[in-house]
Design a binder for this molecule. Structure first.
Ligand code: F6R
Length: 609
């Protein structure tokens, strides 16, 4: 999705803004641009495509700029093109504006502005906002922005600058994140902490309907609906800058796959009470009684986070009597749900900014049920809008395809299961056995990573196929869904996932020698049925890549290829079976020359509905 970075201070602004844009690249974008204060004027440049294209446009331009705004665009209104790229300017090239989000009533506003002779150069909703600010400008930018935003419906995070008011940037947010970063004599703003952490860890998260005025070394925050100055708390971000860098790996995705032994450990750190065989989740303390006494849990999430939720459902149900529903956040809001007391909603989102999940959170809050969050990005909208919650502590995830966020979400859901399980039917010794098994998982994941070369060989063999079927049963079914999603996201190959029992109800018709199946069949209680499913595929000449436990001679015999994972308790298999699928997707995409960290059409943080 779109990204924003702004700077005001004493250092040359262009290299700082360009560095910020590079750090935002992972969010997904199709064009970029910037505008800077320079010698009493504003200079601007935009380019279609990669940041490199903008860099080339800027070559030879020696603007003495000490402040400006920059943007990566992910097209919503109007095709990806230079003229649709941000910043947009008003009729007199005085006001420059960048925008994340969507202005829903842009067409009505545009019609009014066209009638007043405003000249438009793009198809974007953002340009409409720029002219609307111009329309209200009477020598005070803050006032003009406030008045313009009162007429706007939709979501926005904006940064605006004006030639007549140098060294000032006005920010405003509603539904799209904006963060101010401060450092001695300098002020930054961005839509994402990742763009700031190399400069400062001291940040202020703007809230909906905040308007902020930045000048070099200072910021003031007001409310869009009134003039009061607001005191927002300064937070120290706990991200290490190195974590947001590749550290010698060819891609962020590969680094993040390799981060998993550590990120799973981080999810558990300080949260296991071994003596009592239970878990401690400090973030849930304010709602502890409600959580322990709930009888229904509804998990809402999207994409990979939804698949983590499906695993969570099975594990919570196996440890407790609580009924668990998992809903796609984009559908939850349309349901006519009767949410009785005793129900809790849990929103899972690594970014904490997914628009659909945020909408589901708000809908559940309107229905009066307690809403908890599980997010990775500290201070994100979902973290702030939920009653209480648990952080993943997985560190920044930059690759668009989620890997370590997924296993971290799953790990936290296991902690929740343990906590609730001990309240329900789990004994101390069962809790302790659960903890012992859980603690062994990071090392087992590390052992799988040692097989990367073998998985790469397998990927070389399978890269030529255009279609894949992923199948699994019970806990391996969400793993199959996640494996298929990883493959389609980054390699653009068609992959679909089914609960293996569903195969005979339709998908088996697809099977032939050109349609391979990835069959997830660890030694669990449904393994025998999985073996039968694999036989059915083989009988139709379908190639089979099996994911099985080490030393499983029967799987080695019936599958064409095998990736082995260490043995573990049945309940914990998803941590181990998903890792080979992440590597398989990665190596197939790499072998096919696909752009892995920023796959086409995708964005890291999906802030539109
Ligand atoms: C896939 C992926 C997406 C996200 C989805 C929700 O690799 O990352 O499917 O899981 O967009 O994002 P969050 O978790 O940020 O709400």
């Amino acid at each position: 999705m779109c990204g924003i970075i702004c700077y005001l201070g004493q250092r040359p602004a262009v290299p700082l803004l360009m560095d910020g844009l590079r750090r935002l690249e992972y969010r997904g974008y199709d064009s970029s641009g910037l505008a800077v204060f320079s010698n009493g004027s504003i200079e601007s440049e935009r380019a279609l495509g990669k940041i490199k294209a903008l860099e080339e446009r800027l070559q030879g331009k020696r603007w003495p700029a000490r402040g400006g705004i920059a943007h990566t665009r992910w097209a919503t209104h109007g095709e990806p093109s230079e003229r649709n790229a941000h910043p947009h300017r008003d009729c007199t090239s005085s006001i420059f504006l960048i925008h994340n989000g969507i202005i829903e009533n842009y067409q009505q506003i545009k019609n009014r502005l066209v009638a007043k002779d405003h000249q438009f150069a793009s198809e974007t909703d953002t340009e409409v906002l720029t002219h609307l600010v111009e329309d209200h400008y009477r020598g005070d930018l803050v006032e003009a922005v406030e008045q313009a935003l009162r007429q706007v419906r939709g979501a926005f995070g904006i940064a605006v600058m004006c030639r007549q008011e140098p060294d000032k940037i006005v920010l405003a947010r509603r539904g799209s994140p904006l963060i101010i970063g401060v450092r001695n004599g300098e002020v930054f703003a961005a839509s994402d902490v990742a763009a700031l952490v190399s400069h400062t860890k001291n940040v202020i998260y703007l809230e909906d309907n905040d308007i902020a005025v930045l000048t070099p070394s200072q910021y003031d925050i007001f409310n869009l609906d009134g003039a009061d100055t607001l005191n927002r708390i300064e937070t120290v971000v706990d991200w290490d800058v190195r974590e947001a860098e590749k550290q010698g790996y060819e891609h962020f995705m590969l680094k993040e796959i390799y981060d998993q032994p550590a990120s799973i450990k981080n999810a558990l750190r300080g949260r296991l009470i071994e003596d009592e065989g239970t878990a401690k989740l400090g973030g849930l303390a304010p709602v502890k009684d409600q959580v322990l006494d709930m009888d229904r849990l509804i998990i809402v999430s999207c994409g990979t986070s939804y698949y983590a939720g499906l695993i969570g459902r099975s594990v919570i149900e196996s440890c407790t009597e609580i009924g668990v529903d998992v809903d796609l956040a984009s559908e939850f809001r349309y349901r006519r749900l009767n949410l009785k007391s005793g129900t809790i909603v849990l929103a899972i989102s690594q970014s904490g900014e997914t628009a659909d999940t945020l909408a589901a959170v708000r809908e559940a809050e309107r229905k009066g049920v307690p809403v908890l969050g599980m997010v990775n990005v500290v201070g994100s909208s979902i973290a702030r809008e939920t009653l209480a919650g648990v952080y993943n502590h997985a560190g920044p995830e930059i690759g668009v395809a989620s890997t370590k966020s997924f296993t971290s979400q799953v790990a936290v859901l296991y902690l929740v299961s343990l906590l609730l399980g001990r309240r329900h039917r789990m004994s101390v010794s069962e809790g302790q056995a659960f903890i012992r098994e859980f603690k062994s998982i990071p090392e087992k994941v590390a052992l799988i990573l040692e097989q990367a070369d073998h998985i790469r060989q397998v990927a070389r063999k399978y890269r030529r196929f255009k279609n894949f079927l992923f199948v699994g049963r019970q806990l391996s079914y969400p793993v199959a869904l996640e494996g298929a999603l990883k493959l389609k996201e980054i390699s653009y190959l068609h992959a679909e996932a089914y609960a293996a029992g569903e195969m005979k109800h339709g998908p088996i018709a697809l099977i032939d020698e050109n349609f391979p199946s990835v069959c997830i069949a660890p030694r669990d209680s449904s393994r025998e049925k999985m073996i039968s499913n694999i036989q059915e595929i083989k009988a139709r000449r379908g190639p089979v890549l099996g994911i099985a436990n080490q030393g499983d001679a029967q799987m080695a015999h019936i599958c064409d290829d095998l990736i082995e994972v260490p043995a573990c308790d049945e309940l914990f298999t998803p941590f181990l079976t998903v890792v080979p699928l992440q590597l398989l997707a990665y190596y197939i995409a790499r072998e096919n020359g696909c752009e892995i960290d920023q796959p086409r059409n995708l964005a890291k943080s999906v802030t539109v509905e």
